[in-house]
Design a protein around this ligand. Structure first.
Ligand code: NDP
Length: 452
């Protein structure tokens, strides 16, 4: 029987090897550290997990595709972007994970997202493997026609790697309903197949699930509420700071408001808005979803209760709850210290890896309930899997049914993380609970399926 510290030494060697084999991928290194640094208790306790090659296979994607995406802008100039799809692990089901269109996208970013996705998808309890993709294309300021031509070119290569039983992409940063529509159209045209289950996040009239747009934000608030319940509190009357103003942020604010909390901020890459009266969601949706505007327009139109702070950190605003919902590493050690000073009780990650490792450590040391993204934001992919189920059965469920299933899944993820953390000697540590519970499910399937 190996001890925990011997196991940790082995995992540390593996982390050094991962850094060596995957140079210039800091986000992937960060995600691998975050998971492997919590696995020693389970690997030490269950000898089958120490089997040579198991974790080495887990950190190596099954397949990585990188491709050229040429397209013409409205002036007729040829532009060239890079497309990615990392098919990380299919032990539990077809690869599943979103597509991100943002200039910061590179292989390391997609690998970090794909790696996180393996454990997140396992935690949902549904039959979905982990993958992620995207491009360094920046949709900001592009016309609909340019976005359509880009999506068509992207799918012209991607289509050969995906399928309802193989790999099922969805949206992420920069990829919403419009992009999924163009991507699906091109897939259908190339394959001559109406294969609804090949993409999720589709429009409601053509195979999309009700509540899919809301699912990530709603799910994160349900997770935050479950963490608060463990502390003997609910969301009623709590002040919340939310970053971002895209899909996840908007529906986070909507659910917080519905449960009686006061969400007072939103942001984008230009700065943040603080609104003492609580964010007016109709106005925010009008500006972001209809006009594709910036958050400063919100402050201009809202009146005296709101102000726009260019640049700056949304985490400076005092609150009981913080729900980072924009992008990776947006909440650092300084921000965590400020939140703690201002009395934050819970931080729940709507975005993927928005909190730096140092900030996570600080928050946990201070006794703040911390919900890691792979658990807290799993509602989006869970409802995507429900969309696949509806597509397969050629049916469509009511919003109430989907929302009920989402609530059950989030409760179950919370319970699983909580109980697993306790079982492995880390009570209240949702990071450890989520990593170990996700790992156990994937590792068991990999062991059963042999060395592939
Ligand atoms: P959107 O594109 O709808 O919105 C992203 C928001 O974050 C925008 O307000 C954007 O501002 C801001 N943002 C993005 N990058 C940066 C940056 N580098 N600096 C500052 N602000 C930034 O994306 P989503 O809401 O879908 O995704 C948000 C996060 O949630 C991501 O981490 C994503 O991986 C994660 N997530 C999303 C899921 C989903 O179902 N959509 C599921 C699970 C996780 P601006 O417009 O100025 O760039």
């Amino acid at each position: 029987m190996t001890t925990r510290s011997e196991t940790q030494t082995t995992l540390d060697h593996l982390l050094t090897e991962i850094e060596h084999r995957n140079p210039a991928q800091p986000e992937f290194h960060q995600a691998a550290h975050e998971v492997l640094e919590t696995l020693a208790p389970v690997v030490a306790a269950r000898p089958e997990y120490a089997e040579p090659g198991l974790i080495e296979r887990l950190v190596e994607p099954e397949r990585q595709v990188i491709f050229r995406v040429p397209w013409q802008d409205d002036q007729g100039r040829v532009r060239v972007n890079r497309g990615f799809r990392v098919e990380f692990n299919s032990a539990l089901g077809p690869y599943k994970g979103g597509l991100r269109f943002h200039p910061s996208v590179n292989l390391g970013v997609i690998k970090f997202l794909g790696f996180e996705q393996i454990f997140k998808n396992a935690l949902t309890g549904l039959g979905i493997g982990g993958g992620k993709g995207g491009s360094d294309f920046d949709p900001h300021g592009r016309s609909d026609a340019e976005v359509m031509r880009f999506c068509q070119s992207f799918m012209t290569e991607l289509y050969r790697h995906i399928g309802e039983h193989t790999d099922v992409p969805a949206g992420d940063i920069g990829v919403g309903g419009r992009e999924i529509g163009y991507l699906f159209g091109q897939y259908r045209r190339i394959t001559n197949r109406w294969e609804a289950g090949v993409l999720t996040g589709k429009g409601r009239g053509w195979g999309g699930s009700l509540i899919r747009p809301e699912a990530t934000g709603y799910g994160n608030v349900l997770f935050a509420a479950a963490m608060m319940r463990e502390r003997g509190e609910d969301l009623e009357g709590q002040t919340a700071v939310v970053s971002g103003s895209g899909n996840v942020a908007i529906y986070t604010i909507e659910k917080l408001t519905a449960l009686g909390a006061n969400a007072v901020t939103c942001s984008d890459s230009s700065g943040y808005v603080v609104d003492e009266k609580g964010i007016d969601l109709d106005l925010l949706k009008q500006i972001k979803e209809v006009e594709c505007g910036r958050v400063d327009a919100y402050a201009e139109r809202r009146g005296a209760s709101a102000r726009f702070v260019p640049g700056g950190s949304v985490w400076d605003v005092p609150a009981d709850l913080a729900l980072p919902s924009a992008t990776q590493n947006e909440l650092d050690e300084n921000a965590a210290a400020t939140l703690i000073r201002n009395g934050v009780k819970a931080v729940s990650e709507g975005a993927n890896m928005p909190t730096t490792p140092e900030a996570v450590h600080l928050l946990q040391q201070a006794g703040v309930a911390f919900g890691p993204g792979k658990a807290a934001n799993a509602g989006g992919v869970a409802v995507s899997a429900l969309e696949m189920a509806q597509n397969h059965a050629r049916t469509s469920w009511t919003a109430a049914r989907v929302e009920e299933e989402l609530a059950d899944i989030m409760t179950s993820i919370h319970t699983t993380c909580h109980e697993t953390a306790e079982r492995y000697g880390a009570p209240g540590d949702y990071v450890t609970g989520a990593n170990i519970a996700g790992f156990e499910r994937v590792a068991d399937a990999m062991l059963a399926q042999g060395v592939i």
